[in-house]
Design a protein around this ligand. Structure first.
Ligand SMILES: [Mn+2]
Length: 459
């Protein structure tokens, strides 16, 4: 049983201090940004073809995004750009150029292309960080205004240059450099490879954001009992996250009651919650450029009915087995976790009676109908992190990923009792040096009893 003291610890502290960075400072040091750029250059140089003497990296940051004319949306920097430069201002480019000698980078240039704001722009948008703030993480040798971008690129690019561009930059710059060099290559897979394995300060960043995400989920569940509207829970997530220091939600949260939980990306949250229904909440926090991703399901009344409980407990069994399985593997492979989820779902849903007992193949097919999504994705600076990395590789240590088995019973499913119920249980996990896994979101209750207790003790 959870004591009240333990429950209060789950909820974490809220702060009256004004700035989230006071509560959860960034863990990434300035030298770490330099190391990342150096490692990237070394990786790129190792792929050069005969005759190529220079490497040019053109990294484009995110642009501001407007939701109506002259109305800016909140800004989130492109994660590749932030990972390599630490710069979180919109509309920038970062150019790295290195001459290669004996497979080593020589005579490097690093140019930040960014515009300072005019007095009128500052009146509307506020001040940008100073040039020396930008330089502290990005360590540029030159700062150029954006109108100089074509000239900068033309100067650095010739027939012996291999040009690597971030996806979003390719069309904008191909006209400028495409004719002068052999080929444009995609930078994303190389940065994804670096980002897959977290440094120790990144692991601490993930622990921070997962702790914050866990506290936010606990507080939201604790204060949701008997809420009538899905949208009110979206508001609670925002409130409970931001008051603990979250900069924003990691992605638009799913708050789905009743059979709407069967729509995996249900974002409308515009329906009433029936007093006897369960709610599925899939939400994460965004802190210092790293994100969490947690899903929990709970009965809005605080009390499970028999069918909700039996299905939830069958899914929880799969979840717990998957966490044990991941911890027991010498090298985790997400594709093996997926196969294991299907086997576990087939067995446990067969035992429950939701799937008809039969041969393996027919039970696995039924399990696939009940869960249309994968059991896992990588996690880090983006919620679906490093997407160019296969889910069928042996993972080194310090890789973060989710474990999220789900079961979604269609309204026309042969067995009537569980029709229209959708559940998913999602936690964040990291591989450890020497084998095994760390459960980063362990403090969010997942048993029916602990969830019920969290909801009822709070009132
Ligand atoms: Mn997820």
């Amino acid at each position: 049983m959870l004591s009240r003291r333990v429950i209060l610890k789950f909820l974490g502290k809220t702060s009256s201090r004004r700035n989230a960075s006071n509560i959860w400072p960034s863990r990434i040091t300035n030298p770490e940004y330099s190391e990342r750029r150096q490692r990237l250059l070394e990786k790129l140089i190792s792929t050069l073809k005969p005759g190529e003497k220079n490497v040019l990296v053109v990294l484009k940051g995110a642009e501001r995004f407007f939701i109506a004319p002259d109305v800016p949306n909140s800004f989130r920097q492109c994660s590749h750009f932030r990972y390599l430069t630490g710069v979180t201002s919109p509309g920038c480019y970062y150019i790295m150029s290195a001459q290669v000698d004996d497979d080593q980078p020589k005579e490097q240039q690093r140019i930040l292309v960014a515009d300072r704001r005019t007095a009128v722009e500052e009146l509307w948008e506020g001040q940008l960080p100073s040039e020396s703030d930008w330089a502290s993480t990005a360590q540029f040798s030159d700062l150029q205004p954006s109108k100089q971008l074509p000239a900068v690129l033309e100067k650095l690019c010739d027939q012996q240059t291999a040009v690597f561009v971030s996806e979003s930059a390719s069309s904008a710059i191909s006209a400028i450099v495409g004719k002068k060099c052999f080929s444009l290559r995609s930078l994303a897979p190389f940065v994804d490879q670096l980002r897959l394995t977290k440094s120790s300060s990144e692991m601490d960043s993930m622990r921070d954001v997962c702790t914050l995400g866990a506290q936010t989920m606990c507080a939201t569940i604790a204060s949701s009992r008997n809420t009538h509207m899905e949208n009110a829970i979206v508001g609670l997530l925002e409130y409970e996250g931001r008051r603990r220091g979250s900069e924003k939600q990691a992605y638009p949260p799913v708050v789905a009651s009743g059979s709407r939980a069967n729509t995996i990306h249900y974002l409308e949250a515009n329906n009433d919650i029936h007093p006897n229904d369960c709610v599925l909440v899939d939400a994460g926090c965004d802190l210092n450029g790293y994100v969490s991703d947690i899903t929990r399901c709970f009965p809005i009344s605080g009390n499970w009915n028999d069918h909700q409980r039996s299905l939830y407990e069958a899914l929880l069994f799969c979840h717990e087995q998957l966490i044990e399985y991941a911890a027991s593997m010498e090298k985790v492979r997400l594709s093996y976790l997926y196969r294991r989820m299907m086997e576990l779902l087939a067995a446990s849903m067969g035992e429950l009676g939701l799937i008809r007992q039969g041969d393996n193949a027919s039970m696995l097919k039924a399990a696939e109908m009940l869960c249309p999504h994968h059991v896992s994705h990588y996690l880090g600076m983006d919620v679906h992190d490093t997407p160019s990395v296969s889910r069928d590789i042996e993972l080194p240590s310090n890789v973060c990923f989710t474990i999220e088995p789900g079961v979604y019973v269609p309204l026309d499913w042969p067995r009537k009792e569980w029709r229209g119920i959708g559940f998913r249980i999602e936690d964040d996990v990291a591989t450890l040096a020497g084998g095994g896994c760390e459960l980063l979101t362990s403090s969010v209750p997942r048993s029916t009893q602990h969830i019920q207790q969290l909801m009822n003790q709070w009132h």
